[in-house]
Design a protein around this ligand. Structure first.
Ligand code: ADP
Length: 455
């Protein structure tokens, strides 16, 4: 007993944790039931209608017969011929007899069954009274014989003084019609079963979609957990890294260092800087993916802002023998941006240009259009093929070629840069010819009051 209750309780818990299951079962019950109820209603209405039409038809048939034979009841041959023509045209008519009525006595005067002619119609006696009272139309009595419908229709034949002089009796078997209807109903049920199977199939597929949704939710949760973990690990790496850099800086001040010691310290410095950049990039990726990167935008005049950023690359550029220059157009060059993030994207783009340009120059050009401020960083470096340009802003994408194989990088910089630019309302695009050079174009909308001032 307790195991049964236990099973029910477990069932409840399972259903609670998987609401999609209840939803599927609910639909599986409700949809077929709705189909069956509406099908049954429709069938009953159709049957009622069909019975009404059939009754009308029988009534008309008897009316016509009476109208034709009323004055020729004493002509059995004529009556028989009429009966035969009716039978030929109506295959559901099983028997048809004409009965005369005189002084309370009935006598069969015409019938399909020749043997009963001349006999008293005792069998139908019970119907005559009602038929005589209802002399303008046929009376139809329904009987059920072995599951098929049988009708007996009686109509009085009245003389000119409105007295009954006879009756006509018609037995009708609905077996043929019932077979046709039965066949149609069966076909309708087959169709219904087909529809139900289709619905069942769709529901199962639908249930799978729900499963996928649940799975997707779980994957998202795991993804967030992964991001959290990476974020935390990267953060924790920072502390020992700062300590290493601090001690390396201290060691640099020891006067008795040999050249080898200094070279080793330089290598420690380069590697720890690389590691620091990598940690910053990873933390940015996690921040962006979790939608936690915020921007505190303020108006920035690029004319004042850019030289600082560019100057920070002077040493590196001259070490490589590159010319680094700026070409800044006249007039105000104000954009609304987050200062730190703007510096980060420019450092990244200019840094890449210096990094991927073996000789020649890197030019930072700033200009305006009617509604944009455009920063174009052009270099005469290794260039990027059209194929690689398509994937450039994807996470971890690095061009694989002989020129890039010895250049270190993670493939995160441009993804982060693009995301930050989009986050600040700008756009980033690339124009490049392999072997000739590359232009990265950053565009920001001009602040509204700026645009008005200049129009
Ligand atoms: P990383 O430089 O760390 O590899 P990025 O996301 O900054 O990553 O750049 C992705 C790739 O785009 C680089 O690996 C490089 O192949 C290519 N790239 C970026 N800037 C330039 C450039 N100015 N000239 C040529 N190739 C570039």
């Amino acid at each position: 007993m307790s195991s049964f209750i236990d099973k029910i309780r477990r069932g409840f818990i399972f259903a609670k944790e998987n609401p999609q299951l209840l939803y599927t079962i609910f639909l599986l019950i409700v949809i077929p039931t709705a189909f069956l109820i509406s099908g049954e209603n429709f069938l009953q209405a159709a049957l009622k209608n069909q019975e009404r039409l059939e009754k009308d038809r029988i009534g008309t048939m008897q009316d016509v017969f009476v109208a034709f034979t009323k004055d020729r009841l004493n002509d059995p041959t004529f009556l028989y011929k009429r009966i035969q023509s009716i039978i030929e045209q109506n295959n559901e008519v099983e028997s048809f007899r004409v009965v005369s009525y005189e002084n309370g006595q009935t006598k069969i005067i015409a019938s399909l069954n020749q043997a009963e002619i001349g006999k008293e119609d005792i069998e139908d006696d019970r119907y005559f009274r009602s038929a005589a009272l209802n002399f303008n139309s046929s009376l139809i009595f329904k009987e059920n014989q072995n599951g098929t419908r049988h009708w007996r229709a009686i109509r009085a034949i009245m003389n000119d003084s409105n007295e009954p002089v006879g009756f006509i009796m018609t037995d009708i078997s609905m077996a043929y019609i019932d077979t046709v209807i039965g066949k149609n109903i069966r076909q309708a049920y087959y169709f219904l079963i087909f529809i139900l199977i289709l619905i069942f199939y769709l529901l199962i597929r639908h249930a799978r979609i729900i499963d996928y949704t649940v799975l997707y939710k779980k994957i998202k949760e795991i993804d967030t957990m992964k991001d959290d973990f990476i974020g935390m690990a990267a953060h924790e790496l920072r502390t020992p890294l700062t300590v290493i850099r601090g001690y390396a800086d201290l060691l640099k001040n020891i006067p008795a260092l040999t050249d080898i010691d200094r070279e080793n310290l330089r290598r420690i410095d380069v590697s720890t800087k690389d590691l620091d950049f990598l940690i910053s990039d990873i933390l940015d990726v996690v921040r962006i993916e979790q939608g936690r990167m915020s921007f505190s935008a303020k108006p920035i005049e690029l004319r004042n802002f850019l030289p600082d950023v560019i100057d920070s690359f002077n040493q590196l550029a001259s070490d490589k023998g590159l010319t680094l220059r700026q070409d800044i157009s006249d007039g105000p060059l104000v954009i609304n941006a987050d200062e730190t993030r703007l510096r980060q994207i420019l450092v990244n783009i200019v840094g890449n240009s210096v990094k991927y340009t073996p000789h020649g120059e890197v030019v930072i050009k700033v200009s305006t259009t009617s509604d944009l401020v455009v920063i174009r960083v052009s270099d005469t470096g290794i260039g990027i093929s059209a194929e690689d340009q398509k994937n450039l802003f994807q996470k971890f994408y690095r061009v694989k070629s002989d020129e890039t194989k010895n250049i270190r990088g993670t493939g995160l910089g441009l993804w982060i840069t693009n995301q930050i630019i989009l986050g600040m309302g700008g756009t980033l695009s690339v124009e490049s010819i392999k072997g000739k050079g590359t232009d990265f174009v950053v565009s920001f909308p001009r602040p509204i009051n700026e645009t008005i001032k200049n129009e």
